[in-house]
Write a protein that binds this ligand. Structure first.
Ligand code: HEM
Length: 502
């Protein structure tokens, strides 16, 4: 009573109280605004969900999606990771909300490897836009979408056939030969040089590139716990990736020195020449088109352009031996269209619907890049009703899209006919997205598709592939790392025509 009386006596205090009440009401209104973070497993102090992360990460994420929905959140250390599952959600984020979901997170390992130059690991913004566009233009300039690429693949395909013929039907692992063939294509396009299959320096270069994919995300500790990069024992793999990427850059710099001395603006021979030409036309000292960026872009293209294709080709060969009827049907089509000596081109694919469907099914079933490259949000945003703050690490689970039973009847069955229409013609499906979607979609898709199809045709045109006599059937399930790899397997390549034997 006394208080109320006092307040009424003192108009200034009443005014202050009203102000306070208004602020409180404002806060309440603001808190009322739904800022629901995505649900997810319990976030344990310090560790987050680190101990739950298994090698089979895409499968674990798919099972969490069943529990928490297509957008959920888990934690590694103090870092929140939002996972996107299912075609509709991924399309909404990467295509419809592309401005929000097209960045890259800051990761200590990739930051040290790339100095945030190049294309792959650069955050969304003017620098990335400029260099993605100019990289695409240079790829076109050197003919990645023209028959010149088909010719290069055809020539390399012949060298690969010769190397396999040397094995004389003895069981062997195809990994090295396939990696070398694919590396020769990208090396010719980028730096104008191909190497023999036993060139020790090039083999070391290929191993260095492959090493970028060997480590599991789990083993990339310094990305989530930066202090571990100074702890002996915990930093071994981190130091090894730095070392091998240094060697990759040295290999590219050697080509650069040679290219600068022989450069002729009227004869642009490859990607490196096209880049040097662009540097020549810069008059701005602070321009970001410079030699360091050249080295990093080429490093990105080598790393992105070898392992994914080589892995997909190994899957294609594995399924060919596991499903001999599919192999026979592809060979029938090849024989009909090309005969034994015809050279395949991308134009032939229209006449080979089953072969094209087989490669498409390999890309779906095996999903060689199951979690794309990590994305990040470039501003505060929301998705499926959940609030996702700026700079959140976002994982895009392509595996969940490619193995969704609502889209693909019996998703765990390898069946190329799902990509054929009633007339037996090849039919693309929007939900098959092995190269991802949106602004960050794979920059080398055209090149990858050409290599996959033309190398596969060349191999099956010349050889019948089978498992070694008495060998156990290799598992159809692979090993998850950065890429999804088949288990190691030996293969026997039997020449289809007797005059091919050495
Ligand atoms: C079967 C082969 C390939 C597959 C399955 C594949 C798949 C992918 C995927 C899933 C991404 C991540 C997209 C995202 O972040 O959402 C990507 C990015 C990228 N790929 Fe590929 N890729 C293949 C071959 C290639 C080749 C041959 C090249 C180069 C010649 C290449 C260059 C790149 C680059 C530069 C990026 C980063 C794009 C950016 O951040 O803007 N890829 N690829």
């Amino acid at each position: 009573m006394f208080l109320l009386h006092g307040l009424l006596q003192c108009p200034w205090d009443l005014y202050g109280l009203l102000k306070l009440a208004a602020v409180l009401l404002g806060c309440l209104w603001w808190l009322r605004k739904p800022r629901r973070l995505p649900p997810g497993p319990i976030n344990w102090p310090l560790l987050g969900n680190f101990l739950s992360l298994t090698q089979d990460e895409p499968m674990l994420l798919k099972s969490w999606a069943r529990q928490y929905g297509d957008v959920f959140m888990y934690h590694v250390g103090s870092r929140a990771v939002v996972v996107l599952n299912g075609y509709r959600t991924i399309h909404q984020a990467l295509v419809k909300q592309a401005e929000d979901f097209s960045s890259r997170p800051y990761m200590p390992i990739t930051a040290e490897n790339s100095q945030r130059k190049g294309v792959i690991h650069v955050p969304y913004g003017p620098f990335w836009k400029q260099h993605r566009k100019s990289t695409l233009l240079k790829m076109r300039e050197i003919g990645v979408d023209k028959p010149v690429l088909d010719q290069k693949i055809a020539m390399e395909g012949q060298s690969l056939v010769q190397e396999i013929t040397k094995k004389e039907g003895i069981p062997f692992d195809m990994t090295k030969l396939i990696q070398t063939a694919v590396s020769n294509i990208i090396s010719t396009m980028l730096c104008g040089t191909r190497y023999e299959y036993d060139h020790p320096g090039f083999q070391r270069f290929i191993s260095n590139v492959a090493l970028n994919f060997k480590f599991s995300r789990l083993s990339m500790l310094p990305n989530h716990y930066p202090w571990t990069k100074w702890v002996p024992g915990l930093n071994t793999e981190f130091n090894r990736t730095l070392e091998c990427n240094k060697e990759i850059r040295e290999h590219i710099r050697e080509h650069l020195v040679e290219h600068e001395t022989s450069f002729d603006p009227d004869n642009i021979r490859d990607f490196m020449d096209a880049f040097l030409n662009e540097i020549r036309h810069q008059d701005d000292e602070a321009a970001t088109v410079n030699k360091e960026q050249l080295v990093q872009v080429i490093r990105d293209m080598f790393v992105a352009g070898i392992e994914n294709i080589a892995t997909a080709l190994r899957w294609a060969l594995l399924y060919s031996v596991l499903y001999p009827d599919i192999q026979a049907r592809v060979q029938e089509e090849i024989d009909h269209v090309l005969g034994r000596n015809g050279t395949p081109t991308m134009a032939d694919r229209k006449k080979m619907p089953f072969t094209e469907a087989t490669i498409e099914e390999v890309l779906r079933y095996a999903t060689v890049a199951p979690l794309t490259v990590d994305h990040a949000t470039s501003r505060d945003t929301s998705l499926n009703g959940y609030y996702i703050p700026k700079d959140t690490l976002v994982q895009v689970n392509l595996w969940s899209v490619h193995h969704d039973p609502e889209t693909w009847p019996e998703p765990e069955t390898f069946d190329p006919t799902r990509f054929l229409n009633d007339e037996g013609q090849f039919q693309k499906k929007a939900e098959n997205i092995p190269f991802s979607l949106g602004r960050r979609i794979c920059l080398g898709e055209r090149m990858a598709r050409a290599e996959l199809l033309l190398f596969y045709i060349t191999l099956l045109q010349h050889f019948h592939f089978k498992l070694p006599e008495g060998a156990a059937r290799p598992s159809e399930k692979g090993l998850f790392g950065i890429t999804y790899n088949p288990v190691d397997f030996d293969i026997v390549a039997v020449p289809r025509f007797s005059d091919m034997c050495t």
